[in-house]
Design a protein around this ligand. Structure first.
Ligand code: ADP
Ligand code: ZN
Length: 265
């Protein structure tokens, strides 16, 4: 989703914390713009199902010029393609259970270090969506990224009532995986993806049963990562109620603040 033809521009002199308010064609909205969309931002998004991680990750990926790495999308692609990975993951995904750590970590390693890159430590920027989901995965991520680590972990904070309402309206594109919401973030034409013209459907794992299970797992094994990352001084909590544009603006402000605190690599 990284846009073509966008070049890094100096921040407006009067922009808050070096962040200019301009429209971004690829995102199609008026949001805060990063001071340095130079492909080096290293961001993890945390948040319950329905907190808007996928939507925000797409936008942040375009704004910062870094890949959006979604382990959930990786599994859905693999299931669609009928690959060995897809066959391994399918049962877990359908039930709303976590795919075993060693499988997910393998997928993550491939996405972070595609063939040709030199290996751990050599990756530049990314927006991680759906990984890590428990403390062992967070430890594996830290090992993969050593010695540099993360710029910031953005915790998209939204109530359970609100996420249940959002998930009911959630639709995804069968072509490119872009996500929409029939109420909050509708496509221009009903049922059709703005980005690729693909058909929009409900996810197979957005059944009441699987959603309940995913939210339970979030509370028990993923939510502890909030404190874990807070203790490491990399957590930024962002209010994820409100429009997608409002949340993007808050997330960019949080990322910019964290990157300014961090010494230049
Ligand atoms: P959601 O956030 O709505 O649960 P995702 O697209 O992030 O959706 O994930 C869909 C499914 O993919 C999960 O329910 C799980 O089965 C699997 N999955 C994704 N990421 C991970 C992960 N980091 N660890 C284990 N399983 C994962
Ligand atoms: Zn699409």
């Amino acid at each position: 989703m990284a846009e073509a033809g966008e070049t890094a521009r100096p921040a407006a002199p009067n922009g808050a914390a070096g962040v200019a308010q301009v429209s971004v064609a690829a995102v199609g909205v008026e949001v805060l713009r990063p001071a340095a969309p130079d492909g080096t931002a290293r961001v993890v998004l945390l948040g319950r199902q329905g907190s808007g991680k996928g939507t925000q990750a797409d936008r942040l990926s375009a704004l910062y010029g870094v890949p959006h790495i979604s382990t959930g999308d990786a599994f859905r692609d693999a299931i669609r393609n009928g690959s060995q990975l897809g066959r391994t993951a399918q049962g877990y995904v359908d039930r709303g259970e976590l795919v075993p750590d060693e499988v997910v970590v393998g997928v993550l390693r491939e996405r972070l270090f595609p063939a040709g890159s030199v290996g751990p430590g050599s990756t530049s920027g990314f927006i991680l969506d759906g990984f890590p989901r428990n403390i062992p995965q967070a430890e594996a991520l830290a090992d993969l990224l050593a010695p540099d680590g993360l710029d910031v972990v953005v915790n998209l904070d939204v109530s359970t009532d609100e996420v249940l309402r959002r998930i009911a309206g959630r639709r995804v594109c069968v072509g490119c995986g872009a996500s929409y919401n029939v109420v909050d973030n509708p496509p221009k034409a009903p049922g059709v993806c703005d980005a690729c013209g693909g058909r929009l459907v409900q996810r197979d794992d957005d059944t009441e049963e699987a959603i309940r299970r995913r939210l339970e797992i979030y509370e028990s094994v993923t939510a502890p990562l909030v404190d874990w990352y807070r203790e490491q001084g990399v957590l930024a909590t962002v209010d994820a109620a409100g429009s997608p544009d409002e949340v993007t603006t808050r997330a960019v402000a949080a990322i910019e603040a964290a990157r300014q605190r961090k010494p230049v690599r």
